[in-house]
Design a protein around this ligand. Structure first.
Ligand SMILES: [Zn+2]
Length: 121
């Protein structure tokens, strides 16, 4: 059985989560502004560059979607730390290894469940 996370470990992960949360929020703000620019430009560009612009916008919104998804996970993780339910796999309820949380503190799945999910996709 894996040990519970220590208070010190949780504090370190929480700090990391909060830093990433702030970074993602500002990144999302920037990407929202640049999506607006593409929108405005479309009225005065030709067909080809318009397609370019649309493609760029699609890429930008895909990137934005990823950022939003990650931000949601991070916000969830911070809430879980607050109510003491952080660090458990949402699939099997096992403790998620600290080594894994250090790399991805927003992880909701243990490594086994994550692997299973990737195979299933
Ligand atoms: Zn699991």
């Amino acid at each position: 059985m894996t040990d519970n996370l220590s208070k010190k470990q949780i504090a370190a992960l929480k700090e990391q989560l909060q830093i990433t949360e702030a970074e993602l929020s500002s990144l999302l703000q920037i990407s929202e502004q640049s999506a607006d620019v593409v929108e405005l430009d479309q009225s005065r560009v030709g067909r080809l560059s318009r397609m370019d612009a649309m493609q760029q916008q699609q890429m930008a919104s895909a990137g934005k979607h990823r950022l939003q998804l990650q931000l949601t996970l991070i916000t969830k993780a911070i809430k879980k730390i607050a109510d003491d339910s952080y660090g458990y796999c949402i699939e099997c309820d096992e403790i998620i290894a600290y080594a894994r949380l250090q790399i991805r503190p927003e992880s909701e799945l243990c490594i086994d469940c994550q692997n299973n999910q990737e195979i299933g996709q």
